[in-house]
Design a protein around this ligand. Structure first.
Ligand code: SF4
Length: 429
């Protein structure tokens, strides 16, 4: 079975989304081709390639039957995946009641999911545009509503210390609770959910799809998963029941209560620390720095595996002083073992006036963070750069060699350096 062609029906965005706001994903075309789960010939959405042996009428009829996965499994030829069909459950067009909100007087509600804490009048939506007040009850409009899915290397998220060399079944709903001027996935993040063509995918169907496609991990990524927390909490629970782990790729702009719920369920979290300046957060991101720092501390305290990405944007967050201050803070508040990825910016969306980040700037950032005592500092979006590799903090031997998203060599045994037996922090199996 060609796994990369088997789950083919939930893409909507015009371009393949990046795993992070920073990622230039097509730098390795051969690999990009291998990992794309959604072929370009799936334009007859939601009918897709895995159903090639079924005609359209037959397929739609079957897809309308509850427990469609079971029905279709019996119809498909041997070797075909049923993951596509498992997701084609009947469309339930209604939203589900949100968690993390308070009811107020006069049928108003106050969202408690992210630090904006939007007060929303009846019939209106919060800032993220995916949570709606209907008669004094708050609803999520994105539960079980995927707009994209791909099978990616886990390194693309990026996670460098979490199950290296494995695949992540990577999905997104529409929407975001911030508005980064450099967003590389703005076609799905800065849009109302009903403007996206979406697919109804229950948590159990999603978990089954990941497993059937040989992905040991579900990744909630591309857009901002916080605003679909209810869905992803359910997905993570469903995944665990099938032995599939979950990783959350986020801006970290979330309140404490929902974050703790996520920490109960997620196996790893990657946070975009977009700068170490509140002014940058206010002007470029339309958010605040402090809640993101609090999120990082909470994740670390909860013991969930954490990696940080810092997108280096020329002239805006690339000073030596800012790199140094950030590295000092990471070391003192989170510890030396949290991986930090300095990644390359490419001009897109509303920051097309700036050039791509010079590679020398990324190397300078790494040198500064290394010298502050961080053990695992990486250069990102520069395939082939030596800054992609992992070195044992004790004996300095290379223990993971990477090129782009590909792991070339892994010299760890049971999470220890093969040369000196030093434990290397991470989730290695
Ligand atoms: S999650 Fe959305 S609705 Fe809730 S506070 Fe944040 S922006 Fe507002």
């Amino acid at each position: 079975m060609n796994r990369s062609r088997s789950f083919a029906n939930v893409r909507q965005c015009a371009t393949k989304p990046s795993s992070t706001t920073s990622e230039k994903h097509d730098s390795d075309p051969s690999q990009a081709d291998r990992i794309d789960a959604l072929p370009d010939d799936a334009e007859d959405w939601p009918i897709a390639t895995a159903a090639a042996s079924l005609n359209r009428r037959r397929f739609l009829k079957l897809a309308a039957i509850p427990c469609a996965a079971c029905a279709l499994a019996a119809c498909l030829p041997p070797g075909s995946s049923v993951s596509l069909h498992a997701s084609l459950l009947p469309q339930s067009d209604d939203a589900i009641e949100a968690r993390f909100y308070d009811k107020l007087a006069s049928r108003n509600v106050q969202c408690r999911l992210c630090p904006r804490q939007c007060v929303v009048a009846n019939g209106r939506r919060g800032y993220c545009n995916v949570r709606e007040n209907r008669g004094g009850t708050y609803y999520s409009l994105v539960h079980s509503r995927l707009c994209t899915a791909h099978i990616d290397p886990i390194e693309k998220k990026p996670f460098f210390h979490f199950r290296p060399g494995t695949l992540a079944f990577s999905v997104a709903t529409g929407g975001c609770n911030v508005n980064c001027k450099f967003c590389q996935n703005w076609e799905i993040s800065q849009i109302a959910p009903e403007q996206l063509r979406r697919q109804y995918v229950t948590p159990s169907s999603l978990a089954a799809a990941a497993k059937q496609n040989g992905c040991p991990t579900l990744a909630y990524t591309y857009s901002e998963p916080i605003i679909a927390s209810e869905y992803y909490l359910d997905c993570a629970g469903a995944g665990h029941s099938l032995g599939v782990k979950s990783v959350f790729v986020s801006n970290g702009f979330i309140r404490g209560e929902p974050l703790n719920k996520l920490c109960d369920r997620m196996d790893a979290i990657k946070i975009d620390l977009k700068a170490f300046s509140d002014a940058y957060y206010r002007e470029v991101v339309n958010a605040e720095l402090r809640p993101v720092l609090d999120t990082l501390v909470t994740i670390r305290k909860r013991g969930v595996w954490l990696e940080i990405v810092y997108l280096v944007v020329p002239t805006l967050n690339d000073s030596d002083g800012e790199f140094k201050a950030m590295a000092k803070w990471v070391k003192s508040e989170l510890g030396s073992d949290v991986p930090v990825h300095f990644t390359r910016f490419y001009p897109l969306y509303r920051l097309k006036n700036l050039p791509p980040t010079p590679v020398d700037t990324l190397r300078r950032a790494k040198t500064i963070a290394d010298s502050e005592g961080l053990h695992f500092v990486y250069v990102g979006n520069v395939p082939g750069d030596p800054g992609e590799d992992t070195y044992c903090p004790r004996c300095q031997h290379m223990v993971v060699e990477r090129t782009g998203f590909t792991v070339r060599r892994l010299q760890l045994k049971n999470g220890r350096c093969e040369f000196c037996q030093q434990p290397v922090p991470g989730v290695w199996s």
